[in-house]
Design a protein around this ligand. Sequence first.
Ligand SMILES: Nc1nc2c(ncn2[C@@H]2O[C@H](COP(=O)(O)OP(=O)(O)OP(=O)(O)O)[C@@H](O)[C@H]2O)c(=O)[nH]1
Ligand SMILES: [Mg+2]
Length: 368
Amino acid sequence: MIDQQYLCMGCGVKVQTEDPEKLGYAPASALEKETIICQRCFRLKHYNEVQDVELTDDDFLKILNEIGKTDALIVMIVDIFDFNGSWLPGLHRFVGNNKVVLVGNKVDLLPKSVKHNKLIHWMKQEARELGLRAEEVFLVSAAKGLFIKETAAAIDVMRNGKDVYVVGCTNVGKSTFINRIIKEVTGEEDVITTSHFPGTTLDIIKIPLDDDKSLIDSPGIINHHQMAHFIDKKDLKVITPKKEIKPKVFQLNEGQTLFFGGLARFDYVSGGRRSFVCYVSNEINIHRTKTENAAELYDKHVGEMLTPPRQEQLDSFPDLVKQEFFVKEAKTDIVFSGLGWITVNDPGAKVIAYVPRGVQTLIRKSLI
Ligand SMILES: Nc1nc2c(ncn2[C@@H]2O[C@H](COP(=O)(O)OP(=O)(O)OP(=O)(O)O)[C@@H](O)[C@H]2O)c(=O)[nH]1
Ligand SMILES: [Mg+2]
């Protein structure tokens, strides 16, 4: 038997050496190493393979509820490419009286032309509307190391000698953000396990700060209406942008339709010939057709020409369901949660957005 004091440095899980099938398994030899990581982290790091875990939403919430009882600074991270999909509704319920800083990560994905102070202003406004009182708002790219120093320095002042908890939905880049800060300070790289699979970090991970307080990573909350949960693990790479998004402009007539692979559909109903700007991963194929042929085309070609989803996944892939939107204001986004958005520049357009049942669509003031 081993002590409970062994925690995986990669994901925070308690390490056990008895059952290779269970969470936290590591071979006994791993315990002799200076940094202990579990088998799941080892495979993620070296083979980019993920083992499913049996943790439930409740398990994660229990961990996060502890945060409300502490006296700490809370850093909430959102994925700026999936702002609404990665938002944690009701954050204030579990942070108690602690102050919250909002960090928009993955700014490297947005076109270089985007003005950062405008975007920060937009985030502040959205945050307020979504009921979050954020002390301060930052934009960073954890993966590219952009604006990390400034943000870390500001957080260090704001924490006022307290612990810092980094929280957010799965996959927003919490662990990548902390790894970056560690790298800035100690030079050590990739201390915590990160991956493009949601649900990588499994428990609290404490990184000691210089005043015996800690910078604390936490498991991401699962937002079930994110596209990532509806597609095959192999396709996550396709829908997750890696590089700066190249917006694609389509001039559409009324009665034309765009398909985003087989994951989403956009019908332009009325409003005269106009342009639509699509912000999705560069790897997603956009297919244009007449709306009158769209349903038939989808039935015939989903899983091959219109992919993802893959052919072998079709049985379990949800139907596309629709929501109608009327664009009343200039510069409006129609958002497909986790996939991207379409910007409509002028008011007066009626459109229909289709996404797999369970995924969210919404309309918002344009982010860009
Ligand atoms: N383009 C881009 N990708 C990023 C950035 N930061 C993180 N990522 C990617 O986002 C994915 C998730 O990163 P993680 O750091 O594991 O996210 P997390 O929030 O810790 O996720 P969980 O532990 O599952 O809650 C990985 O594929 C990262 O490479 C960023 O600044 N830009
Ligand atoms: Mg993580």
